[in-house]
Design a protein around this ligand. Structure first.
Ligand code: K2U
Ligand code: ZN
Length: 175
């Protein structure tokens, strides 16, 4: 397994719609393992393939909190929301592609998601709480949508300007 660099907004690849997976190959299984390693290292609780520049409909998650519960690494190929609750919840979201920026985002409190697992088997699960927020955040990444797209234009522009400066400063450090 290997750590993969995470793209920072603004980046055109983060705004593209990712391509569906036709079959689960060993290469895609390795990609999922690399994404889980990259996610845990960040650290994060979710990661979508476009965030490491791979335009494929694959997301990984592990929203288990605290040491007492066993981790639950998940890899979802071609994930789709099949049902969402009328009830909505607000969560202060962040994003590994928009470091150190947080804002409240309102989303359906619960969702049902169908996907292909790493064995090519169709799965469906009802997500609630942080898992529901995370899976919706990750599926948005597959459709080129970022959490800042739910904010007003002023706040979105302020965060984008901060990221442009961050990328300029990082580039200078490397030079
Ligand atoms: O997709 C990503 O960038 C990883 C996201 C996933 C996420 C965002 C908002 C709400 C839930 C999940 C995060 O950056 S992972 C970092 C994190 C950790 C704990 C709680 C919220 C965010
Ligand atoms: Zn994100």
């Amino acid at each position: 397994m290997s750590l993969r660099p995470i793209l920072i907004h603004p980046d055109p690849r983060l705004k593209k719609v990712a391509d569906p997976v036709s079959e689960i190959t060993p290469e895609l299984e390795k990609l999922a393992d690399d994404m889980l390693e990259t996610m845990y290292d960040a650290p994060g609780i979710g990661l979508a393939a476009p965030q490491i520049g791979v335009m494929t409909r694959l997301i990984v998650m592990d929203c288990v909190k605290g040491e007492d519960e066993a981790p639950r690494p998940m890899a979802l190929f071609n994930p789709e929301v099949t049902w969402s609750s009328d009830e909505r919840s607000t969560y202060e979201e962040g994003c590994l592609s928009i470091p150190d920026q947080f804002a409240e985002v309102e989303r359906p409190s619960e969702v049902k998601v169908a996907w292909l697992d790493r064995h090519g088997k169709l799965q469906e699960e009802h997500f609630t709480g942080l898992w529901a927020t995370c899976v919706q955040h990750e599926i948005d990444h597959l459709n080129g949508k970022l959490f800042i797209d739910y904010l007003g234009p002023m706040k979105r522009q302020m965060i984008t300007r901060k990221m442009v400066k961050l990328k300029r400063d990082l580039a200078r450090e490397k030079a």
